[in-house]
Design a protein around this ligand. Structure first.
Ligand code: MG
Length: 456
């Protein structure tokens, strides 16, 4: 049997290339371990639109049934739709076949508890232990699970989102929105959500295709040029794009300017926090300091976590946080569900724009202080990582934070974060400053340092 080498769980579930770094035998056995971990009840299973998704779903269902679990099959749905439905429809847990924003050849498995949130690191270790020590339970012939279809996941999801926003003012604005699901799972939900919110909907890359021929499964300002162009061409009010499984959303304004998630989510936070003093916002160490500026204005508190949506979600639940986000466009609104949700982010953004009554670009300029950012990732041999991080730490600075990787503040408004990736043999370098000159100088310095230390 082939399975991923080393630790099974990465930053976000288990990821592999089917047929290369894992085979179906692995998926079936791993699903039996998931079923053993849950020990009772019915599991909601779904998949994104990847070409390997259907065969992997069959293996997942087989393994879960073999362990005695009943399986409700949601079919092709966005990850946040599955997560919300687990909670809203009362399932024991959920498993999603997805590799999120990874290239088309990848796939993976993501496990959710009864609250719809990814299981925490300790529970991941429990599943992994069952896998390693072979203590999985197989049901006898009279106790194997049965499967059935669960057709109401997307309807439940859309109704859940609509129930959490003020739909009247949104519909009243009759927004014109270009939506780019990137041939991913939000093709089946987001255009309908916008339609239900009274928007004029223009779609691009909106047919599910597991090869992601449009612009790839990862939305970034670099990959969303067509979205910006479409928004300008049709004179839309905004554009929105999602990743392969639909839990991240990036927005562009009426000029086609695409914003990173820490900017768009800080805008949403500013709106939501207006009537909510003493709220807590949770975001990873890597996102922009713009959120601290918004929080100071709205008398809110910011908690910084390690990178990864599980860290953000679980910290939010522990601390009773009001709102959270990641700079990649993952937006978490626990009043709906404490997981990243591209659809909920879209509805909240529209509510914010409707309430402010100006154009998207003007609201951005009026609300958020200006910071400049740069990011890159540099390939490094895994055995070099420790040495590189030591060389980075030696550089010193005004202040050092070690929440995840090393975040060095060179002055009150300038920082660089150097962090080994949890999923690839890479080191990520992020920097931010209030001037382009300072940004250029710290970013070049640390990117060069990582490159030269990895080559030495
Ligand atoms: Mg995703």
């Amino acid at each position: 049997m082939t399975g991923p080498q080393g630790r099974l769980f990465g930053t976000n579930g288990v990821r592999f290339i089917p047929g290369v770094s894992a085979d179906l035998e692995f998926v079936i056995k791993f699903a039996e371990c998931i079923g053993t971990y849950f020990s009772d009840g019915e599991i909601l299973a779904g998949r994104d639109g990847r070409l390997s998704g259907e065969v992997m779903s069959l293996a997942l269902t087989s393994g879960l049934m073999s362990s005695g679990r009943g399986v409700a099959e949601a079919g092709l749905v966005p990850t946040p739709a599955l997560q919300y439905a687990v909670k809203a429809l009362g399932y024991r847990g959920g498993v999603m076949v997805t590799a999120s924003h990874n290239p088309a050849e990848y796939n993976g498995l993501k496990i959710m508890g009864a609250d719809g949130v990814e299981i925490n690191r300790l529970d991941e270790q429990k599943v992994e232990k069952v896998f390693r020590d072979g203590s999985l339970k197989r049901a006898d012939w009279k106790n194997v699970g049965i499967s059935r279809s669960e057709p109401s996941v997307i309807r439940t999801y859309l109704n859940g989102i609509l129930s959490k926003v003020d739909t009247g003012p949104i519909s009243g604005r009759k927004f014109s929105v270009v939506v780019d699901p990137g041939n991913g799972a939000q093709c089946l939900a987001a255009p309908y959500l916008l339609d239900m919110l009274g928007c004029k909907v223009i779609t691009i890359n909106s047919i599910v295709d597991g090869r992601f021929p449009g612009r790839g499964p990862e939305p970034t300002p670099d990959t969303l040029g067509d979205l910006g162009a479409a928004v300008r061409a049709v004179g839309a009010d905004l554009g929105v794009a999602y990743d392969g499984d639909g839990d991240r959303a990036l927005f562009c304004d009426e000029n086609g300017t695409v914003y990173w998630g820490d900017q768009s989510c800080s805008l949403i936070a500013d709106y939501l926090l207006e009537g909510t003093p003493d709220a807590t916002i949770v975001t990873p160490i890597s996102s922009s300091q713009v959120v601290e500026a918004i929080a100071a204005k709205r008398k809110a508190k910011v908690i910084r976590t390690r990178v990864g949506s599980v860290e953000v979600s679980r910290t939010m639940i522990e601390r009773g946080a009001f709102f959270g986000f990641e700079e990649n466009g993952g937006c978490i609104y626990p009043a709906h569900i404490a997981v990243r949700d591209g659809g909920m982010a879209t509805a909240l953004m529209l509510e914010c724009l409707a309430a402010r009554g100006l154009s998207f670009s003007k609201i951005m300029a009026n609300t958020l202080p200006k910071f400049f950012q740069a990011k890159t990732k540099i390939g490094v041999a895994p055995e070099k990582v420790k040495e590189i991080m030591k060389a980075v730490e030696k550089q010193g600075g005004q202040r050092l934070e070690k929440v995840d990787g090393l975040k060095i503040w060179t002055d009150d408004k300038s920082w660089v974060l150097v962090r080994p990736s949890g999923t690839e043999p890479m080191i990520r370098v992020f920097a931010e400053s209030d001037t382009e000159e300072k940004l250029g100088s710290i970013f070049r310095k640390f990117a060069r340092l990582v490159k030269s230390a990895s080559a030495s």
